[in-house]
Design a protein. Structure first.
Length: 100
């Protein structure tokens, strides 16, 4: 059964370029993601997020799509941000960036 959510990293603030060597922009998940990259980035239910470290340095931005309304919002951080990037903070855009 596919996951009830999907996310994609759209901007890599560390390398500054999509497709640059070592860039993680375009990374998406989870493994059993029900949507393709383009579908996630443009989905009408998409919510903009960004991942930061303890010093509040922004590592990346992305989009989370909650397909069943049951996401906690921590999914991108739990799936990839913490282990893959060392990100410890996730923020969502709500008339400004707000920590979750």
């Amino acid at each position: 059964m596919p996951a009830p959510y999907a996310w994609i990293l759209t901007i890599d603030h560390l390398t500054k370029a999509v497709g640059a060597p070592g860039s993680f922009a375009g990374t998406y998940g989870p493994r059993d993601c029900p949507l393709e990259r383009d579908q996630i980035a443009t989905h009408p239910k998409g919510r903009r997020f960004r991942l930061l470290d303890d010093d509040r340095e922004v590592y990346c931005e992305g989009v989370l799509v909650d397909l069943d309304g049951k996401c906690t919002g921590f999914e991108p951080q739990d799936d990839y941000g913490e282990g893959g990037l060392g990100a410890t903070i996730i923020q969502y855009w709500e008339n400004g960036w707000k920590d979750l």
